[in-house]
Design a protein around this ligand. Sequence first.
Ligand SMILES: Cc1cc2nc3c(=O)[nH]c(=O)nc-3n(C[C@H](O)[C@H](O)[C@H](O)COP(=O)(O)O)c2cc1C
Length: 183
Amino acid sequence: MKQALIIYESMYGDNEKVAYAIAQGLATQMRVDVMEVSSAPPRVDTSIDLLVVGGPTHMTRMSSEKSRSRAGNEVDEEEWEPLSETGVREWLTRLRARGEMGRGAAAAFGTNLNEPRWVSKLGQASHAIARRLKRLGFQMIEPPETFFVEEVQGPLSEGEVERAHRFGVQLARHFAEAPRPHA
Ligand SMILES: Cc1cc2nc3c(=O)[nH]c(=O)nc-3n(C[C@H](O)[C@H](O)[C@H](O)COP(=O)(O)O)c2cc1C
């Protein structure tokens, strides 16, 4: 059975929910592991047939150290800790620094604010992640997908978990159909 790996970054839990919903969709046809980016491996093992990477949109792009510390300012609770201590930007940069070139299939997702829509039009993490993966040499088997949240701290907008599940099913289908140069 083919193996997928989903790596997600999340401050407030929305991308985590999306990642697990995509995993459920993929699991209809593949084995799937889901990893939070802070504990993700520094390289993509050759046993991974499909890599899926996602994270939140911060200031129209992928998060940065600065934007992640700002994410903490949004929260009232003193004890609050972000789910992710690092970001997919840093993880992808590390892959590049190690000369890790993508050998397999990949897809990207992310989250943006649902309203106002013009904010999302300024930029989406899903697109930025897809560009990076492509530059690393991965074969993108699906256009990047953005899921929407109601407020900065979530929750996901109505129907988005179900849409993420469908995205996972569709990914698995397209993966099975895509010609794989490394196969
Ligand atoms: C510092 C910061 C900047 C943000 N900038 C944007 C933005 O430019 N566009 C947007 O749609 N959402 C923006 N948001 C909202 C995030 O997209 C939202 O917090 C995220 O999707 C929630 O996902 P998570 O729970 O997985 O962290 C921003 C949030 C923070 C904390």
